[in-house]
Design a protein around this ligand. Structure first.
Ligand code: PEP
Length: 258
């Protein structure tokens, strides 16, 4: 089993004061009961990044910081956008690319996902490529085709030297923020499919995460029976207790306690 990775996506929640508070709470819980086998990442809104990286550094919290999105462009007349280089200057080490909310609400097409992914990894920053089918595709039995096409569009032709910087996050849209988690069987068969598709695109054994209504109660079973390498967590990452409990559930799986 690879060293698991648990990423919290705070979405458009928490102003910078609230974000500092949550980060400090996570730091306290991790000091009281360290997470030993799982890498942790939090993904605050852009305006909170500087405050959160400062708390992480000053309190020496064993958590990396990610951005929720980045521009596909390097610099220039792109009002409202944030470049990967700007994020790097803030000690941001990871960027989510192509989250389903970016795809559906902000018209992020497969082409833009592909160029954003390249902008991120070209700078040496870790990318979490998010993908997954909508409910209608799942019900029509087209989920494998959708996932294959999203992976192909984002990964085909990616330079060999940057491929190790890519982590994959399967997030069925119907499971995000709905409380309707994919079953462990659905996750397990999709994990096999994603790993085979990634190999056919020359992506060598990437971490493959699951996201969609993960919480402290279901994380252990999804990791062990669903055979995932970690989680992308939305709602349950907004409370220090539930985020750290998911990290401990992941630790227990790695440690063979589940
Ligand atoms: C997400 O935002 O990527 C996510 C999976 O959200 P939730 O855990 O709330 O379903």
């Amino acid at each position: 089993m690879k060293k698991p990775l648990v990423i919290g996506n705070w979405k458009m929640n928490l102003d910078y004061v609230e974000a500092i508070h949550l980060m400090q709470q996570i730091g306290v819980l991790l000091r009281n009961k360290p997470v030993e086998h799982t890498d942790l990442v939090v993904t605050p809104p852009f305006v909170d990044l500087r405050s959160v990286t400062s708390v992480v550094e000053s309190d020496r919290i064993p958590v990396s910081v990610a951005a929720q999105h980045a521009s596909q462009h390097e610099s220039g007349a792109y009002t409202g956008e944030t470049s990967v280089a700007m994020l790097q200057r803030l000690n941001v080490r990871w960027v989510l690319v192509g989250h389903s909310e970016r795809r559906s609400y902000f018209q992020m097409t497969d082409d833009v996902v592909a160029s954003t992914l390249r902008a991120v990894v070209r700078s040496g920053v870790q990318a979490v490529l998010c993908f997954g089918e909508e409910l209608a595709s799942r019900e029509a039995g087209e989920h494998f085709d959708v996932v294959a096409s999203q992976l192909q569009a984002a990964l085909a032709g990616l330079d060999e030297q940057v491929r190790p910087l890519v982590t994959l996050a399967y997030e069925p849209v119907w499971a995000i923020g709905t409380g309707r988690t994919a079953s462990v069987e659905q996750v397990a068969e999709m994990m096999d499919f994603i790993r085979a598709t990634a190999a056919s695109l020359s992506l060598d054994e990437p971490h493959v995460l699951y996201g969609g209504s993960v919480n402290a109660d279901n994380a252990g079973a999804i990791m062990s029976e669903g055979r995932v390498d970690g989680f992308l967590v939305g709602g349950a990452s907004l409370k220090a207790e539930s985020f750290v409990a998911i990290a401990h559930a992941s630790d227990d799986c790695y440690d063979g306690k589940r």
